[in-house]
Design a protein around this ligand. Structure first.
Ligand SMILES: N[C@@H](CCC(=O)N[C@@H](CS)C(=O)NCC(=O)O)C(=O)O
Length: 208
Protein backbone atom coordinates (compact mmCIF):
# COMPACT_ATOMS: atom_id res chain seq x y z
CA UNK A 1 0.00 0.00 0.00
CA UNK A 2 1.20 3.51 -0.79
CA UNK A 3 2.57 5.39 2.23
CA UNK A 4 2.22 9.07 3.07
CA UNK A 5 5.24 11.10 1.98
CA UNK A 6 6.76 13.59 4.40
CA UNK A 7 8.88 16.42 3.05
CA UNK A 8 11.27 17.64 5.71
CA UNK A 9 14.76 18.73 6.53
CA UNK A 10 17.09 17.21 9.10
CA UNK A 11 16.47 18.60 12.58
CA UNK A 12 13.39 20.61 11.57
CA UNK A 13 9.77 20.44 12.75
CA UNK A 14 9.15 17.38 10.60
CA UNK A 15 10.99 15.46 13.35
CA UNK A 16 7.87 15.98 15.52
CA UNK A 17 5.71 14.42 12.81
CA UNK A 18 8.20 11.60 12.17
CA UNK A 19 8.21 10.82 15.90
CA UNK A 20 4.40 10.86 16.00
CA UNK A 21 4.18 8.45 13.04
CA UNK A 22 6.64 6.17 14.83
CA UNK A 23 4.64 6.29 18.09
CA UNK A 24 1.48 5.55 16.10
CA UNK A 25 3.24 2.65 14.37
CA UNK A 26 2.28 3.97 10.94
CA UNK A 27 4.55 3.75 7.89
CA UNK A 28 5.95 6.86 6.25
CA UNK A 29 8.14 7.76 3.30
CA UNK A 30 10.51 10.68 3.76
CA UNK A 31 12.06 13.11 1.32
CA UNK A 32 14.74 15.58 2.36
CA UNK A 33 14.23 19.15 1.10
CA UNK A 34 15.87 22.45 1.89
CA UNK A 35 13.45 25.36 2.26
CA UNK A 36 16.11 28.06 1.72
CA UNK A 37 15.33 30.51 -1.10
CA UNK A 38 18.28 29.44 -3.23
CA UNK A 39 17.91 25.70 -2.66
CA UNK A 40 17.43 23.40 -5.66
CA UNK A 41 14.79 21.44 -3.71
CA UNK A 42 12.67 24.50 -2.82
CA UNK A 43 10.57 24.28 -6.03
CA UNK A 44 9.69 20.69 -5.10
CA UNK A 45 8.52 21.88 -1.64
CA UNK A 46 6.58 24.82 -3.13
CA UNK A 47 4.83 22.40 -5.45
CA UNK A 48 3.03 21.01 -2.37
CA UNK A 49 3.18 23.90 0.09
CA UNK A 50 3.21 27.48 -1.25
CA UNK A 51 4.33 28.62 2.21
CA UNK A 52 7.60 26.78 1.67
CA UNK A 53 7.57 25.21 5.13
CA UNK A 54 8.22 21.78 6.53
CA UNK A 55 6.63 19.54 7.68
CA UNK A 56 4.62 19.01 4.51
CA UNK A 57 2.80 15.71 4.21
CA UNK A 58 1.42 14.22 1.00
CA UNK A 59 -1.23 11.62 1.72
CA UNK A 60 -1.65 8.53 -0.51
CA UNK A 61 -4.82 10.19 -1.90
CA UNK A 62 -2.68 13.11 -3.10
CA UNK A 63 -4.16 15.42 -0.44
CA UNK A 64 -1.54 17.70 1.06
CA UNK A 65 -1.34 18.41 4.77
CA UNK A 66 0.77 21.16 6.30
CA UNK A 67 0.97 22.44 9.89
CA UNK A 68 2.36 19.99 12.41
CA UNK A 69 -0.64 20.13 14.74
CA UNK A 70 -3.09 19.43 11.90
CA UNK A 71 -0.98 16.43 10.93
CA UNK A 72 -0.98 15.19 14.54
CA UNK A 73 -4.78 15.37 14.57
CA UNK A 74 -4.86 13.35 11.35
CA UNK A 75 -2.56 10.77 12.96
CA UNK A 76 -4.64 10.68 16.13
CA UNK A 77 -7.66 9.85 13.98
CA UNK A 78 -5.72 7.03 12.32
CA UNK A 79 -4.27 5.63 15.55
CA UNK A 80 -6.23 6.85 18.58
CA UNK A 81 -4.65 4.18 20.80
CA UNK A 82 -1.23 5.79 20.37
CA UNK A 83 -2.34 8.44 22.85
CA UNK A 84 -0.97 11.43 20.95
CA UNK A 85 -3.97 13.54 21.99
CA UNK A 86 -6.11 12.97 25.11
CA UNK A 87 -9.47 11.60 23.91
CA UNK A 88 -12.81 13.40 23.97
CA UNK A 89 -14.07 13.64 27.54
CA UNK A 90 -10.58 13.44 29.06
CA UNK A 91 -9.99 16.32 31.50
CA UNK A 92 -6.52 16.80 29.99
CA UNK A 93 -7.84 17.44 26.47
CA UNK A 94 -8.34 21.20 26.98
CA UNK A 95 -4.90 21.41 28.60
CA UNK A 96 -3.42 19.65 25.59
CA UNK A 97 -5.16 22.05 23.21
CA UNK A 98 -4.02 25.12 25.08
CA UNK A 99 -0.35 24.22 25.10
CA UNK A 100 -0.22 22.58 21.68
CA UNK A 101 -1.58 25.76 20.12
CA UNK A 102 0.74 27.83 22.31
CA UNK A 103 3.69 25.89 20.88
CA UNK A 104 2.68 26.36 17.27
CA UNK A 105 1.08 29.82 17.48
CA UNK A 106 3.39 31.53 19.98
CA UNK A 107 6.72 29.66 20.12
CA UNK A 108 7.04 28.51 16.48
CA UNK A 109 6.61 32.00 14.97
CA UNK A 110 9.63 33.24 16.93
CA UNK A 111 11.63 31.06 14.55
CA UNK A 112 9.55 32.01 11.51
CA UNK A 113 10.44 35.67 12.00
CA UNK A 114 13.80 35.26 13.73
CA UNK A 115 15.55 32.50 11.75
CA UNK A 116 16.14 34.65 8.69
CA UNK A 117 15.18 38.15 9.89
CA UNK A 118 16.42 39.87 6.72
CA UNK A 119 13.46 38.32 4.94
CA UNK A 120 11.19 40.61 6.97
CA UNK A 121 13.41 43.61 7.81
CA UNK A 122 16.14 43.99 5.20
CA UNK A 123 18.35 46.58 6.90
CA UNK A 124 21.10 45.29 9.21
CA UNK A 125 20.08 47.12 12.38
CA UNK A 126 16.41 46.26 12.01
CA UNK A 127 17.03 42.60 11.24
CA UNK A 128 19.38 42.23 14.22
CA UNK A 129 16.73 43.84 16.38
CA UNK A 130 14.11 41.39 15.12
CA UNK A 131 16.43 38.44 15.76
CA UNK A 132 17.17 39.63 19.31
CA UNK A 133 13.57 40.43 20.18
CA UNK A 134 12.21 37.12 18.89
CA UNK A 135 15.01 35.25 20.72
CA UNK A 136 14.16 37.06 23.97
CA UNK A 137 10.43 36.59 23.54
CA UNK A 138 10.99 32.85 23.05
CA UNK A 139 12.81 32.63 26.37
CA UNK A 140 9.81 34.17 28.12
CA UNK A 141 7.48 31.71 26.35
CA UNK A 142 9.57 28.75 27.47
CA UNK A 143 9.37 30.13 31.00
CA UNK A 144 5.57 29.87 30.78
CA UNK A 145 5.73 26.32 29.45
CA UNK A 146 8.20 25.31 32.13
CA UNK A 147 5.90 26.63 34.84
CA UNK A 148 3.06 24.45 33.49
CA UNK A 149 5.07 21.25 32.95
CA UNK A 150 3.89 18.63 35.43
CA UNK A 151 6.28 15.72 34.97
CA UNK A 152 7.07 13.00 34.27
CA UNK A 153 5.31 14.12 31.06
CA UNK A 154 4.10 17.63 30.27
CA UNK A 155 0.52 16.68 31.18
CA UNK A 156 1.59 14.64 34.23
CA UNK A 157 1.30 10.86 34.23
CA UNK A 158 0.07 10.84 30.66
CA UNK A 159 2.29 10.97 27.56
CA UNK A 160 1.05 13.13 24.67
CA UNK A 161 2.31 14.71 21.47
CA UNK A 162 3.26 17.78 23.56
CA UNK A 163 6.23 15.73 24.76
CA UNK A 164 7.33 15.22 21.15
CA UNK A 165 7.22 18.97 20.51
CA UNK A 166 9.28 19.51 23.65
CA UNK A 167 11.82 16.82 22.67
CA UNK A 168 12.39 18.43 19.27
CA UNK A 169 12.06 22.13 20.12
CA UNK A 170 14.49 21.97 23.06
CA UNK A 171 17.13 21.06 20.43
CA UNK A 172 16.69 24.49 18.83
CA UNK A 173 17.66 28.02 19.91
CA UNK A 174 18.46 29.17 22.57
CA UNK A 175 20.36 25.87 22.74
CA UNK A 176 20.93 22.94 25.08
CA UNK A 177 22.88 24.90 27.70
CA UNK A 178 20.14 27.53 28.06
CA UNK A 179 17.44 24.87 28.33
CA UNK A 180 19.47 22.87 30.88
CA UNK A 181 19.84 25.93 33.06
CA UNK A 182 16.39 27.50 32.66
CA UNK A 183 13.91 24.73 31.86
CA UNK A 184 15.01 21.59 33.76
CA UNK A 185 11.52 20.06 33.81
CA UNK A 186 11.18 20.44 30.03
CA UNK A 187 14.63 18.91 29.56
CA UNK A 188 13.60 15.87 31.62
CA UNK A 189 10.44 15.51 29.53
CA UNK A 190 12.52 15.80 26.36
CA UNK A 191 14.91 13.09 27.58
CA UNK A 192 12.06 10.79 28.52
CA UNK A 193 10.37 11.26 25.13
CA UNK A 194 13.67 10.83 23.28
CA UNK A 195 14.26 7.54 25.10
CA UNK A 196 10.95 6.02 23.92
CA UNK A 197 11.88 3.06 21.69
CA UNK A 198 9.79 4.42 18.80
CA UNK A 199 11.15 7.95 19.12
CA UNK A 200 14.86 7.30 19.72
CA UNK A 201 15.72 6.41 16.09
CA UNK A 202 13.85 9.49 14.82
CA UNK A 203 15.80 11.77 17.16
CA UNK A 204 19.06 10.09 16.19
CA UNK A 205 18.32 10.53 12.47
CA UNK A 206 17.47 14.21 12.97
CA UNK A 207 19.97 15.37 15.55
CA UNK A 208 23.10 13.16 15.47
N1 LIG B 1 3.18 26.25 11.91
C1 LIG B 1 4.07 25.37 11.18
C2 LIG B 1 5.50 25.91 11.26
C3 LIG B 1 6.46 25.14 10.38
C4 LIG B 1 7.80 25.84 10.26
O1 LIG B 1 7.94 27.03 10.55
N2 LIG B 1 8.81 25.08 9.84
C5 LIG B 1 10.13 25.65 9.64
C6 LIG B 1 11.21 24.60 9.80
S1 LIG B 1 11.30 23.95 11.42
C7 LIG B 1 10.22 26.17 8.23
O2 LIG B 1 9.76 25.51 7.31
N3 LIG B 1 10.80 27.35 8.05
C8 LIG B 1 10.96 27.98 6.77
C9 LIG B 1 10.05 29.17 6.60
O3 LIG B 1 9.23 29.48 7.48
O4 LIG B 1 10.15 29.81 5.55
C10 LIG B 1 3.96 23.95 11.77
O5 LIG B 1 3.57 23.82 12.93
O6 LIG B 1 4.20 22.97 11.04
Amino acid sequence: MKKPLLLGCKGCGNAIVEAAFAVAGLPLDYEEVDYADDSPTRPRLLQFNPLGQVPTLVLPSGEVMTESLAILHYLDDQAPKAGLIPPKGDALRPVFYRWAVFLIAAVYPTYTYGDDPKKWVPDDVGSKCLRDSTDNHRKALWGQLEAEAKGPWFLGERFSALDLYIAVMTRWRPGVLWFAKNTPKSVEIAKRATALPAVAPVMKKNFD
